[in-house]
Design a protein around this ligand. Structure first.
Ligand SMILES: [Zn+2]
Length: 75
């Protein structure tokens, strides 16, 4: 289930909303001011489209900095 992030265009409040069905979209309103002038931001779980899929540095399976580059399979 997608979680969308919205920004209220009236008061600037940002919030996340779990959308289970289309009717949830009709009931969307800012939790702060109750307005429905909302701008949908990038989905939390949506893959970035059109970009490189490895913009983050490779992580060693041992976690963090690899003490033996080339031996952990990430190099
Ligand atoms: Zn608002």
């Amino acid at each position: 289930m997608p979680i969308y992030e919205y920004a209220c265009q009236d008061c600037g409040t940002k919030f996340e909303k779990l959308i289970r069905r289309d009717s949830d979209l009709d009931q969307l309103a800012c939790p702060s001011c109750g307005d429905s002038h909302l701008q949908r931001e990038q989905s939390t779980f949506a893959p970035k489209m059109g970009g490189s899929k490895s913009s983050a540095p490779a992580m060693c399976p041992s976690g963090g900095m690899c003490p033996t580059p080339g031996k952990c399979g990430m190099n």
